[in-house]
Structure formats: structure tokens, C-alpha cells
Design a protein around this ligand. Structure first.
Ligand SMILES: [Zn+2]
Length: 103
């Protein structure tokens, strides 16, 4: 999916993984980008929200005493939630990047 348009070459910067990175690079012109300061809060908040969501699932929905199974479900649902949040972030442009300043 498209993240944003490259400021240097005007081509689309895409992501395949749908997870956010602090730094990305334009595939076309190799221009380096960093996460904007406004986007950092999402960068910090998304993993936190994902884990809370996974804990909620585990406590409210999952009725098992198998701790190993619980761990897998927590990790799995946190991972899925994180990807959904990142996807929404890119889609609604909460997650945006600026050209990396040199030096
Ligand atoms: Zn570019």
C-alpha cells in the first residue's frame, strides 16, 4: 500500500509489510525518510494498545488455563492488532514521514 508521495522524485513510496519503521527509504531514488515528530506518539502507542487488546482477549474471551496457549494467543492477537493499527495509520495518514535531515 502507498505510504506517501516521495518529495524528491514524486513517485509513490510503498510498504508491503504494513508495519511501521522509524526510517524508510524511497525505492526509486533512495531518498531517506524519518518518522515525523507527530507520528512518534503512534509509534509508541500502537504496540502498547496492541498488548492491552491482546490481554483483554485473553482475559475475557479465552477460557483456558493452558499458559502456553495463552501466550501464543496473546502474542498472535497483539501482532494482528499492531498490523491493523499500522494499516489504519498509513491509510488515514497518521503515520507520515519527512525527509531525513543530514548531519
Ligand atoms: Zn523518491
Amino acid at each position: 500500500m502507498k505510504i506517501q508521495t516521495c518529495e524528491v522524485c514524486q513517485k509513490e513510496i510503498q510498504t508491503k509489510k504494513k508495519i511501521m519503521f522509524a526510517h524508510i527509504r524511497c525505492e526509486h531514488c533512495r531518498a531517506e525518510y524519518e518518522l515525523k515528530s507527530e507520528a512518534w506518539r503512534w509509534y509508541i502507542l500502537f504496540p502498547f494498545v496492541s498488548v492491552i487488546f491482546a490481554m483483554f482477549i485473553s482475559i475475557n474471551i479465552l477460557k483456558t488455563d493452558d499458559i502456553f496457549l495463552k501466550m501464543i494467543i496473546i502474542l498472535g492477537s497483539a501482532g494482528i492488532m499492531y498490523r491493523i493499527l499500522c494499516y489504519l495509520g498509513f491509510y488515514f495518514h497518521f503515520l507520515c514521514y519527512q525527509l531525513r535531515k543530514k548531519g
